[in-house]
Structure formats: structure tokens, C-alpha cells
Design a protein around this ligand. Structure first.
Ligand SMILES: [Cu+2]
Length: 244
């Protein structure tokens, strides 16, 4: 797994590591038991026939209780991780990261769940993303031709996503969680305290014939660099609009 570049991605990585270790331990245990059984109880002669076993309380309780405990641990850790991500809300006012557009209560909870320096509205399309910066100049950009979504480092950023056509999924593993992006609904993703760098994202929901090519690059740059890039891009956009 690529190294996490935000505290949220680090939380997800920590959870991933625990689940990975549990999975490896389970795999090794099952394979060892399988091999031991196959070797130890193999047929030793042509007349050899196995003694059937009818019920074994200890074994049955064991293979019911142990997996239940493992699943309970993963469940608890998952809930705990989700509750620590940026903008998780509170137990009596949880935020709905995906909700119907126009759901005022859900929208208010998302807006109040974390203070943000920048909001970018993102629309998934077959097969690219468009980015509208909700700040002075209202820059509009997209992910075509490998163009990156440029964002400032070390800030609190919220991405408000929706889809113009089919279901897509926003997934930049190094920056935080993956969430579905549905037509008619709004998906809120926070990028908190990101380190400068270039990160690769990929639409993670099969959305048509060019789904595999629906990549998106994210470029996180220091605030001053972001300001200069933004100013230049807005100026270029205005020139294009004016020359039409
Ligand atoms: Cu897709």
C-alpha cells in the first residue's frame, strides 16, 4: 500500500494493517491444519477406511466462536476508525456523507461537521471528473488528459461530489476514504492536512466501457504555490471566456 499522506488515510492504513495481519494468521492456521490433516490421516493401505466422527462439541464451538470474535474485532475497529475520520459528526448528529441533493438537514450537518478552508464541487462523468472551485474566480477544471486537481497542502478541504450520469466512486487511497458518487446525491469527502505530493486516484465503480481509464491525479502543493497556480488559471479561464 502506498504511504498515507493525510491523517485520515493513516487511520485507514492502520485498520488495513490489523485486518491484513488477522487475514494472514487465519490463512496460515487454515493451511497448516489442512496439510497436517491430509498427511496425518491419509489412507495407509488398500483396506484402510476412516472412522466417521459424529459431532464434536469442542470443535464446533471453536469454529463458531473464534471467527465470531475475529469478525467482532474487525467490526469494532471499523466503526472506531469511521468515527475518527474528519467530519464524522457526533452520535446524536451523525453526518451522512452521501445524501440526497436538497436534504437540508444532512447538508447542514456536513457543513457544520468540520471547518474548511476550501470547497471544490466535483462532478463525475463518463469518463472524467470536473472540478469547480467554490472560491473567488470559481475556477472550472477537469481531469482530462491527465490534468491534476490542484489543492493546497496542510489545509482543510471538502470535496462535494455528485454524478451527471451513472454511479462512480471517488478513490484516492493516499488521501482518505473511498465513497460512491451517485446521480442526484451529494457525497462529502474531506482532505485534511495533506502533505505535498502527487497522488493517483481511480474511479472505483464500474461506470461504462472507459471506466478503467477514469483516472484522476491530485497534486498537493504549498499554499503560495497554489495561490499562484490558481490566479494564473483563473486569468487563463477568463481569457478563454472573453475570446468566445
Ligand atoms: Cu468508473
Amino acid at each position: 500500500m502506498l504511504p498515507p499522506a493525510t491523517p485520515d488515510a493513516q487511520l485507514i492504513k492502520n485498520l488495513y494493517d490489523v485486518v491484513f495481519v488477522l487475514a494472514v494468521v487465519t490463512f496460515v492456521l487454515v493451511e497448516v491444519l489442512l496439510l497436517v490433516t491430509a498427511v496425518r490421516f491419509r489412507r495407509k493401505s488398500a483396506t484402510d477406511s476412516p472412522v466417521p466422527v459424529h459431532g464434536n462439541n469442542l470443535a464446533e464451538l471453536g469454529w463458531t466462536i473464534v471467527p465470531a470474535i475475529v469478525v467482532a474485532i474487525v467490526f469494532w475497529l471499523s466503526i472506531d476508525t469511521a468515527g475518527k475520520l474528519t467530519g464524522h459528526g457526533s452520535s446524536n448528529a451523525p453526518i451522512t456523507r452521501i445524501h440526497a441533493i436538497g436534504d437540508k438537514v444532512a447538508e447542514r450537518r456536513v457543513n457544520e461537521s468540520a471547518a474548511v478552508d476550501l470547497v471544490v464541487e466535483i462532478t463525475g462523468r463518463q469518463w472524467f471528473w470536473t472540478y469547480t472551485y467554490k472560491t473567488a474566480g470559481g475556477l472550472v477544471a477537469d481531469s482530462n488528459d491527465g490534468k491534476a486537481l490542484v489543492l493546497p497542502a496542510g489545509k482543510s478541504i471538502r470535496l462535494d461530489l455528485t454524478s451527471a450520469d451513472v454511479i462512480h466512486a471517488w478513490w484516492v487511497p493516499q488521501l482518505g476514504p473511498m465513497l460512491y458518487v451517485n446521480p442526484g446525491e451529494r457525497t462529502a469527502i474531506f482532505i485534511q492536512d495533506a502533505q505535498p505530493g502527487e497522488y493517483i486516484g481511480q474511479c472505483n465503480f464500474f461506470c461504462g466501457v472507459r471506466h478503467a481509464y477514469m483516472l484522476n491525479n491530485i497534486k498537493i502543493v504549498p499554499q503560495e504555490e497554489f495561490n499562484a497556480w490558481y490566479k494564473g488559471s483563473v486569468a487563463a479561464q477568463e481569457t478563454v471566456v472573453a475570446s468566445r
